[in-house]
Write a protein of this length. Structure first.
Length: 251
């Protein structure tokens, strides 16, 4: 009940068109609840997805932080370590860093101040060799953010969502203004389709070149199979479909 109330409050606060309960991530001290916000209108060819997290101790949802490329190594080195449940916990601490691609230039010149090539009387200082002077280059200093558990959580959730957020074929359609919408006339897959991998699609921006071409040429409008099928995943035999005893529900 607390989770349902928290999701309703999140829906009111964010005004996202839909709020989905994404799942739960276990920690050694407390756990995390994850929610997914969906916005269809005004988003070309694929809806906006917004991820939120809360601790199981307070049920207060906050946006998952954006990830940074310079933390990729930190994530790869620590992703097997369990979560604690404290999003502020620092996993890798960074201090101010210097961009090695930018090197400070040195001013030069034999016979005068290259920063002020004028003599004391205000006249040009003819002793300055202008060809030897170099502009001073400022060294760019980049302060990296600490790699916290909240950032690690963001990495994990985004990776899982990209690979495993799956919807049945036909449940979403592309409309003529190139926005994806739920197909409210869809009644579910046929019994003989439930064990067919090609009938389940990734709910993410289209990456398959053939599907992208169909979308760009308007061939995919109102078609049920516009998204990428899990059957075409590069990693084969990674999906397993199991039916319940009634043969009407897929696990």
């Amino acid at each position: 009940m607390k989770l349902e109330i928290a999701l309703n409050e999140l829906h009111i606060q964010t005004k996202d068109e839909e709020i989905w309960f994404w799942g739960k991530i276990y920690g050694t001290e407390t756990d995390y609840f994850i929610a997914l916000g969906i916005n269809y209108k005004g988003h070309y060819e694929f809806p906006e997805k917004k991820l939120y997290f809360s601790s199981t101790s307070n049920y207060a949802f906050s946006p998952l932080p954006a990830t940074f490329e310079y933390h990729d190594t930190d994530f790869k080195e620590t992703y097997l370590n369990p979560f604690t449940g404290n999003p502020a916990a620092i996993i890798t601490k960074y201090k101010e860093d210097v961009d090695s691609d930018l090197v400070a230039g040195q001013t030069g010149g034999d016979g005068g101040d290259s920063n002020n090539p004028s003599g004391e009387d205000g006249k040009p200082n003819t002793n300055v060799d202008l060809d030897d002077t170099q502009p001073e280059i400022q060294v760019a200093k980049i302060e990296k953010e600490n790699f916290t558990e909240a950032l690690k959580l963001s990495y994990v959730i985004r990776c899982i969502d990209h690979d495993t957020n799956v919807v049945p074929q036909g449940s979403f359609r592309l409309i003529p203004i190139h926005e994806i919408r739920r197909d409210h006339t869809w009644k579910g897959l046929k019994p003989e389709e439930l064990s067919d991998l090609s009938k389940f699609h990734h709910f993410r921006p289209i990456t398959n070149p053939k599907n992208k071409e169909r979308v760009e040429t308007d061939e995919a409008i109102f078609l049920p199979d516009l998204l990428d099928s899990i059957k075409d995943d590069a990693q084969k035999h990674s999906w397993s479909i199991q039916l319940d005893s009634t043969k009407t529900i897929v696990k």
